[in-house]
Design a binder for this molecule. Structure first.
Ligand code: NAD
Length: 293
């Protein structure tokens, strides 16, 4: 190489190395995320991930005790100025509207919605009462619609786009034993997300779905009655449930709340997923791709 060219390359390599050593700005600094069900297992992990990337987070949950304790934990770790807990019932329109009002008051708006508040219920078809059916539809299908509609309105008014992430379920794609009402409501969430993607695209609002498979550890859903019923439906001992789900997966790995948080962060972050909308990311260790047993 001619001397000047060799010098240029060396100079460029040194500059590049310097850049690598400089702390990188966190991708979600200046963004506000509202996480419904933020006091639960998956919601909490998502909130932590968003905070770690620099976002301010509003946890919206109906369980006031859990909300107070999770909000205090997160505020201790990430600073009081970055976290708020707001009591919110996603089935109640006024409560949802008020939660966005509180978020706007605290942080000036909302750029990311993670719709995640949920329940689980199990019953064979002939024991699925109208009340059980309606409970699933109102918290999951209607609740997801209400929180996303209010996010959509706010993001439209802000004029700066936004990201909606719906935490649906593998059960929105395939049926599961004794979970008819839940499966139907989770399928509705997936279809909702596509509609929000379509109407949101001209406004720079993206909408995507993360589908967890069974997340046993760290989730309130997988405790008590539900876990008992899942064990019975799958004919395994309750203590063996985690191993059951892990062993039947293609990767032979368990899915944890942090895995769902990582996938959610992907869709929340414009730098990573600016060109993804109306999409679904299954975090299922391969379960949906093929029958492995
Ligand atoms: P979780 O029970 O730990 O958390 C759910 C949270 O939602 C709770 O804090 C609860 O108080 C809150 N909530 C319930 N009803 C509400 C309402 N009406 N308004 C506001 N908040 C309400 O459960 P999780 O495992 O963290 O589940 C989070 C989401 O992930 C749910 O939508 C669930 O269906 C979905 N999911 C979970 C699993 C799993 O295996 N845990 C699998 C697939 C999908």
């Amino acid at each position: 190489l001619p001397e000047q060219e060799a010098f240029d390359i060396e100079y460029w390599l040194l500059e590049e190395a310097k850049l690598q050593r400089m702390p990188k700005p966190k991708p979600l600094v200046g963004k506000v995320a509202l996480v419904t069900g933020g006091a639960g297992g998956i919601g909490q992990a998502i909130a932590r991930r968003m905070l770690a990337e620099g976002a301010c987070v509003v946890l919206a949950d109906i369980d006031e005790d859990a909300l107070a304790s999770v909000t205090a934990d997160l505020a201790k770790a990430h600073g009081k100025d970055h976290v708020r807990g707001v009591r919110c019932d996603v089935t109640d329109e006024a409560s949802v509207i008020a939660a966005y009002g509180r978020a706007a008051l605290a942080f000036g708006g909302v750029d990311i919605l993670v719709s995640n508040a949920g329940i689980a219920s199990a019953a064979p078809i002939d024991e699925t009462t109208l009340a059980l059916w309606n409970r699933n539809q109102s918290i999951l299908a209607t609740g997801y619609f209400l929180v996303a509609r209010e996010a959509f309105k706010l993001m439209k008014a802000q004029g700066t786009g936004g990201s909606i992430v719906m935490i649906a379920s593998k059960n929105g794609m395939v049926a599961s034993n004794q979970a008819t009402a839940y499966c139907a409501a989770k399928a509705a969430e997936i279809q909702l997300s596509r509609s929000f993607a379509l109407e949101g695209a001209p406004l720079g609002i993206r909408s995507n779905v993360v589908n967890p498979d069974a997340v046993i550890r760290g989730s309130k859903i997988w405790t008590g009655k539900w876990s008992e019923e899942r064990a019975a439906a799958n004919k395994v001992d309750e203590g063996d449930l985690e191993a059951f789900y892990r062993d039947r997966s293609m990767l032979k790995r368990s899915v944890f709340p942090e895995d769902i948080a990582e996938a959610t962060y992907f869709f929340a972050c414009e730098d990573l997923s600016a060109k993804s909308t109306g999409n679904i990311l299954n975090v299922d260790a391969g379960n949906l791709a093929a029958f492995t047993r």
